[in-house]
Write a protein of this length. Structure first.
Length: 110
């Protein structure tokens, strides 16, 4: 089933990042369109998928994670953008974020 999903792990505390705000944007050239704003659940995941089925459209997207608000500090990271491409509208895209107040890592998961 085609879908866009994410989850966030708080690697400083060693737990899921519950309650983090995430924005999903569609990017076309210089134009940006906010598709939705969500919060992670107690497992650091977003239910239901951010995009699914007919919502899955080939293009460029950006997830913006509210890291500064989650950690209640903005000494270094505030909002963490992850820009990526959906090149196959029939595929599953999972974009996790592993984060501390000072660093982050992401990858294409399964």
């Amino acid at each position: 089933m085609s879908a866009l999903t994410t989850h966030v792990l708080d690697t400083m505390r060693g737990c899921p990042a519950a309650g983090m705000q995430i924005e999903l944007w569609s990017i076309s050239g210089e134009a940006r369109k906010l598709i939705k704003t969500v919060r992670t659940n107690s497992d650091g995941r977003v239910d239901p998928p951010l995009l699914g089925g007919k919502e899955m459209i080939v293009g460029t997207y950006e997830l913006v994670f509210g890291v500064g608000d989650y950690f209640s500090e903005r000494k270094f990271l505030d909002r963490v953008p992850v820009r990526f491409n959906i090149s196959d509208a029939n595929a599953k895209y999972h974009v996790p974020l592993l984060v501390t107040p000072w660093s982050y890592s992401t990858y294409r998961g399964s």
